[in-house]
Design a protein. Structure first.
Length: 340
């Protein structure tokens, strides 16, 4: 895995490459940006660069020169970083819904020890926004007195998801979604046929990791379920709404997927209403139905639905409960559909 596998993010890669070349790697980084765009891939490439055996360290006196981020990819440390088995590269993931304080204590314990075999220890905390305050505070101790030869990488979607005390001790590295053309190209490289790649890249809004993580039919299925749910709730009202929200609101990720599917559906409705080029539709496979629905829905109702989806998205990011978020969203959408 090298920078060749990572698309876009030039500024982020350059910052990390320079730190390596100048031997000025920070104790802690915060990789901030939406999921599925390469934050973790970059963190692993950085870990490889730090642990690779073949990566030359540059001659003394030689001007430091940035190199493509990553290791050689074939030495034993590189291969074990990739496989998740290197004893000096630790990946911390949420245990269920949160990153528990016990996990942070474990991280602290490892960080206080000497590296097992490499020159340093790397800790990658994925979905760091899932640290409740008690875990974030525990981590603060490590950040305030960074253990020797330790690099900590926090991966999170929004900077404001962590207390400023934690974030201010990390070097911020920002990641933006890939431009659509890049996203289509990456999907193409992974063997996704072009028309599908275009709709998938648009559906995932440039988050290629998400697009690759799901078969095209899986995305369509989710969209179909979301649209079916909305018509059912619109037709049947209260009881159905309550039951669906009860079932779907248990899982934040699932709620986010539902909101996204509904947002993209209404975005398509807007395109259909404007009678724009059908190739712009994400759900091109349901074009006839979209035209019909667009004819029966007012501009105001479509725009209000888009606003409702956006607000729901932000509410969920801002830690409003998935249940409440879906309840508000589906009521607004159903009401809008009823008024046409
Ligand atoms: Zn290597």
């Amino acid at each position: 895995m090298t920078a060749r596998a990572i698309r876009g993010h030039e500024a982020a890669l350059e910052l990390l490459e320079r730190a390596l070349a100048l031997d000025r790697v920070a104790h802690a980084y915060a990789f901030v940006g939406p999921s599925g765009i390469g934050r973790k891939l970059t963190a692993l490439a950085f870990a490889q660069a730090l642990l690779c055996r073949s990566r030359s360290r540059g001659e003394a006196g030689e001007a430091p020169r940035p190199r493509p981020l990553g290791g050689c990819g074939s030495c034993s440390p590189c291969r074990r970083v990739q496989a998740g088995t290197h004893p000096d590269c630790h990946l911390v993931l949420p245990d269920g819904q949160t990153i528990r304080i016990e996990q942070i204590r474990e991280l602290e314990r490892w960080a206080s020890l000497r590296p097992r075999e490499g020159p340093q220890k790397i800790f990658i905390v994925d979905e760091a926004e899932r640290m409740p305050p008690v875990s974030a505070n525990a981590l603060l101790k490590t950040l305030e007195e960074p253990p020797d030869r330790t690099v900590l990488i926090l991966i999170l979607s929004q900077a404001k998801a962590l207390p400023p005390t934690v974030l201010s001790r990390c070097q911020l590295v920002r990641f933006a979604p890939l431009p659509l053309a890049d996203a289509v190209a990456v999907l193409g490289e992974h063997g996704v046929e072009e028309a599908t790649a275009r709709s998938l890249a648009a559906a995932c809004q440039g988050r290629v990791g998400l697009a690759l993580g799901q078969a095209p039919h899986a995305w369509r299925e989710r969209r179909d379920n979301a649209v079916a749910l909305l018509s059912k709730v619109s037709a049947e009202g209260g009881e159905t709404l309550f039951d669906s929200v009860e079932a779907l609101g248990r899982d934040r990720a699932q709620a986010a997927e539902l909101i996204e599917a509904l947002l993209l559906w209404h975005r398509d409705l807007l395109c259909a209403k404007a009678a724009s080029d059908p190739r712009l539709l994400i759900s091109g496979d349901r074009q006839a139905e979209l035209s019909l629905a667009a004819g029966a829905t007012s501009w105001a109702a479509i725009l209000e639905a888009l606003v409702a989806c956006r607000e729901a998205w932000h509410a969920l990011q801002g830690n409003v409960s998935p249940r409440l978020t879906l309840e508000v969203l589906l009521s607004r959408l159903a009401l809008g559909a009823a008024s046409g």
